[in-house]
Every structure is written in C-alpha cells, then in structure tokens.
Design a binder for this molecule. Structure first.
Ligand SMILES: [Zn+2]
Length: 191
C-alpha cells in the first residue's frame, strides 16, 4: 500500500514511469484498480473511491495507491478522525465528540485512546517535524507550546500541512496532507 496525497499527480507519475516501487525503486506500471470502497466523511456524506493498483515489473510486487483522504482499514476520512483528535486535545469528552461527529461511541473511543498513547502521539509529532525539517525548518522554532502532548502533535502536523500546501501542493486539503505525512496512521499505533 502506498499513500497518495495527489491522485492526479500519481496517475501522471505512473504513466511516465516515475513512481518508484517501494520495495526495489524500479518504476511502477499501472495495474488496474483495487476494489471500490466508500468511506464516511463529515456528517452523512460519503466519499467513493476506486484506488489504483500498480505493479513493479522488476520485483513483481503489486501495490495499491491509496488516496491519503482515507486511512487504510478505516471507514472514516482522515478529516473526520482528525477533527475528533482535535476536539479531544481541546478537552472535549468522547461522548460529546461522538454526538457532534455522528459516529458510534466505540469508534470514537478507539480514536481518542490512540490520541492519548504517549508513544503514538510522540511518533505523530516526529512525522510532522521530519517534514518541516525538509520543507520549512524555520517553522519548527515558531511552534507554540500547547497544553497537551496531543495538542503539540496536532499543531506540528497542521504547521507541516500548511507548509506543504503553500510550497508543494496548494490544491490538496490539509487533512489529506496530514494523512500522507502520518502514513495513514493518525490513530493506528505502531506494532
Ligand atoms: Zn519492485
């Protein structure tokens, strides 16, 4: 699985043979599409997508190019999961978040739990700082302290998304970029 922030660009790269295989770095070729899936966005809106599949001629590996607007194995968009984390970081309880986002309590609770795992939250922040170090090092020094560790991580991720948007991908929504920066693992703990 390869996370893709800009599906149009990925399609172009695939056609031109400039999208590298994650296993061996040889160029990937278009290889049909994966099963269509639909994910829930804010409220009752759904997003339907049919991810592109690609194959490497050198090592024979196949990869799904999953748009970063969704996270692997999640039924909700990165934007919905992100707003739950944001609300949690500013002190809103999970029952209220579930009601606001119209999502089951158990689902929201799982997200919030990941947002309270110090190791995971530190990992999220590190992903943001990695990107900032590459695109906009000065921003790192300007990050203001936040009351919670999750708040710090989300603030750094927002800053990284804004930098990327300004410099590289002005047409990509910030949460999609955050999905890309966090490799689709906003609430998926390592291991
Ligand atoms: Zn390969």
């Amino acid at each position: 699985m390869i996370g893709i922030a800009d599906t149009g660009q990925a399609e172009t790269d695939l056609t031109l043979g400039t999208l590298p295989c994650p296993s061996c770095a040889a160029p990937l070729q278009p290889w049909g599409h994966a099963r269509a899936r639909s994910v829930r966005d804010h409220g009752t809106t759904t997003v339907s997508l049919r991810p592109r599949r690609a194959r490497c001629r050198t090592c024979g590996g196949t990869h799904v190019l999953l748009p970063a607007v969704v996270a692997p194995r999640r039924a909700d968009t990165t934007a919905v999961i992100g707003s739950a984390l944001q609300a949690s970081a500013s002190g809103t309880g999970y029952r209220r978040i579930a009601a606001q986002l119209q999502r089951p309590l158990s689902t929201v609770r799982r997200w919030i739990r990941a947002g309270r795992d110090p190791a995971h939250v530190e990992w999220l922040r590190a992903q943001a700082l990695n990107w900032l170090a590459q695109v906009d090092r000065d921003v790192i020094a300007d990050l203001a302290p936040q009351p919670t560790q999750l708040g710090e991580a989300l603030d750094a991720l927002a800053a990284a998304a804004i930098s990327l948007r300004t410099r590289v991908a002005p047409h990509i929504p910030p949460w999609t970029l955050i999905g890309q920066i966090t490799h689709g693992r906003l609430v998926t703990r390592p291991g």
